[in-house]
Structure formats: structure tokens, C-alpha cells
Design a binder for this molecule. Structure first.
Ligand SMILES: [Zn+2]
Ligand SMILES: [Zn+2]
Length: 352
């Protein structure tokens, strides 16, 4: 085993602080990665503070981080797809059983025996897995992604969660070229949804509660912006959308968006509001509309997304911070005071 510097939460009430964790020695199939950047996802904060205790309680110490970009520094003897010096990415998953229906269909995120990148039983060392707020990580080769060399590594890190979370449902919907696509919410997820929908040739409309985000939405690729607080403006778009990506994780009126869908329109949720959302059956019946959910993506699809980003030069808009500012970043994230994702420069971990 190796010691690795990290930042961890010691309890739900403690701020994140410097710590030392253990990483396993590389097995034949493992890749050891020196982490360069790690994005900050809302899930990191929820987990560090044990806010999802009813579904997946947090085991402490907790080292969050599942938007990892780094450089390969060691590979096991059976590893064929990576060599020392390669740029690599790791997202929300680090292992699965490689044997079930979900794995066979390339949706390892739904494998009953999937191992998530942090706060999940660690099959190698016992205890729980530790994420990317750390100087290094050791991962099975089949869960390591290739990172296109032209992408800025700081901006590429959030692709591993925010990117695939929005790319996957857009791809799954089908060919959105020329279709009217709504993106509800313009945060870490929403801004990626806008970039992808635009790159796939859709007519992109952002729905936001903040008038101040209008210019940014247009700059990011939206053709139009609707203020969701303006009922009249919302009504003008009734029945006109083919697909809506709903990225809001707070309570909101989903029926207002269902109302904007046209025949066979679909709204897909990628945010997770704490309370159930009341859905009007009538709003769905008239127009044969549907509501779906989506959770990250499988490994092959994540690679496809990264390759697509390489071809189209897509990264997340990031504010790069040193790890020492992590607690401040959490507070700012709660106030949506970030455009649009924090990316931690892991070189700062060496400093202290
Ligand atoms: Zn995430
Ligand atoms: Zn499986």
C-alpha cells in the first residue's frame, strides 16, 4: 500500500481538512494515476455532510471527488490500453462485477455490484473508497477513460460527471438536430447541457429564474432564454418543445415544463430534488408526453462523450482553486456563486 495526501471530512459537521489515506498497490489490471485536477460536484458536498444518510449514509473519513483528470504514473503487467505518461480520467465509477445484464449492456452505473468512486465498499482494502481530493488513485483499467490531448485538463475534469450526466440523456433521446430542446437551470449541469445540445445541432432554449444569466446562456450556445418566473413567456412556448433536460435539484413546478412539451415530448430529470415532484397526469395524457430520469452513463458512453468533446473542443467553464479553498468553494456552490464548476488544482495539495 501507498500513502497518499488527501482532503477529507472527519464527520458531517467538520470542514474538509488535510489527511493521509492509503491507496492499494497496482494489481495486474490496475492503473495508478497522479491526479492533476478534480472537479467539485454537488454530490461531494451532500456526501461529505451526510445529507443523503437515508439512502447512502457516509462513512468517515470521507474523501469526495469523482471528476478526476490525471497522468498515468504506473500500470499493471496486464494493462494494455494505458501507459505511463498518458492523460486519463476517472468518473463516478471505479468497478463493477463485469458479469451482469447491466454490464453486458454497457450501463455499469446500474450494475448491482458497481463500485462508486467514493463512500462505497472498497473490495480491495476494505472500508470505503476514497475519491479524487487526493494526490493519486488506483483504478481497474476498464474504468479509466482516455482524455483527448487537446482538452484543457482543468476544464475537462467536470466532464467526468457533469458532462456525462447531460450527454447521456441527450444521446438517448435520439437525433436532436433541428429539434427544439430546453435546458432547465443553468448551473454546473445545465451549462454542459447547453453546450452538448448546441453541438448536436438543436435549437437550444434555456429556462432560468435569473435574468442575470441570460447573456451567459447565449454565450454558452443557447439560441433563446426564457425566464421561468414569467408565466406569460412560458405559456407562449406551450406545446413546442421536443425534449427538455431538467437539471434542477431544488423543488420546482415540473408541470410548467411538461406543458411546454409537444406531441411525444419528453422531459428527463438529471437533478434530484429532495421531495417528490407532483406530476399532472392530464398534462402527460394530452400529447402522449413522458417524464424520465437519467444517471451518469456507462464507461463506453463516457469515452464516447470525451471523444466528442475532443472533436468539438468542449470543456466545462471552470474556476480553478487550490484545495485549501475547498470549504469556501462549498459555501459558494450552495449560493450558486460559481461559473460554472470549481476545478481543484491538485498541485496545491503538495504545498500543504
Ligand atoms: Zn457528480
Ligand atoms: Zn454488473
Amino acid at each position: 500500500m501507498h500513502n497518499a495526501k488527501a482532503y477529507s471530512a472527519a464527520s458531517a459537521n467538520d470542514p474538509l481538512a488535510p489527511d493521509t489515506i492509503q491507496r492499494r498497490d497496482t494489481t495486474d489490471r490496475d492503473v495508478r494515476i497522479e491526479i492533476l485536477f478534480c472537479g467539485i460536484c454537488h454530490s461531494d458536498l451532500h456526501t461529505a455532510r451526510d445529507e443523503w444518510s437515508s439512502i447512502m449514509p457516509t462513512t468517515y473519513p470521507c474523501v469526495p471527488g469523482h471528476e478526476i483528470v490525471g497522468r498515468v504514473v504506473e500500470v499493471g503487467s496486464a494493462v494494455t490500453t494505458f501507459k505511463e505518461g498518458d492523460l486519463a480520467g476517472v468518473g463516478c465509477l471505479v468497478d463493477s462485477d463485469h458479469a451482469c445484464d447491466a454490464c453486458d449492456h454497457g450501463v455499469e452505473q446500474f450494475c448491482p455490484d458497481a463500485t462508486f468512486t467514493y463512500n462505497w465498499p472498497d473490495k480491495h482494502l476494505g472500508g470505503v473508497t476514497y475519491g479524487g481530493y487526493s494526490e493519486s488513485i488506483v483504478v481497474d483499467e476498464s474504468f479509466v477513460l482516455r482524455l483527448p490531448a487537446n482538452l484543457d485538463p482543468a476544464g475537462a475534469a467536470p466532464l467526468l460527471c457533469a458532462g456525462i450526466t447531460t450527454y447521456s440523456p441527450i444521446r438517448r433521446w435520439g437525433d436532436i438536430k433541428g429539434k427544439k430542446v430546453g435546458v432547465v437551470g443553468l448551473g454546473g449541469l445545465g451549462h454542459m447541457g447547453v453546450k452538448f445540445a448546441r453541438a448536436f445541432g438543436a435549437r437550444v432554449v434555456v429556462c432560468t429564474t435569473s435574468p442575470s444569466k441570460k447573456e451567459d446562456a447565449l454565450r454558452l450556445g443557447a439560441h433563446e432564454v426564457i425566464l421561468s418566473t414569467d408565466a406569460e413567456e412560458m405559456q407562449e412556448h406551450a406545446g413546442t418543445f421536443d425534449f427538455i433536460l431538467d437539471t434542477i435539484s431544488a423543488d420546482h413546478d415540473i408541470n410548467a415544463y411538461i406543458n411546454m412539451l409537444g406531441l411525444d415530448g419528453n422531459i428527463t430529470l438529471v437533478g434530484a430534488p429532495e421531495k417528490p415532484l407532483p406530476v399532472s397526469a392530464f398534462a402527460l395524457l394530452f400529447g402522449r408526453k413522458s417524464v424520465s430520469g437519467s444517471l451518469i452513463g456507462g464507461i463506453a458512453e463516457t469515452q464516447e462523450m470525451l471523444d466528442f468533446c475532443g472533436e468539438h473542443d468542449i470543456t466545462s467553464d471552470v474556476e480553478v482553486i487550490p484545495i485549501q479553498k475547498i470549504n469556501e468553494a462549498y459555501e459558494r456552490m450552495l449560493k450558486s456563486d460559481v461559473k460554472y464548476r470549481f476545478s481543484i488544482d491538485m498541485a496545491s495539495l503538495k504545498a500543504g
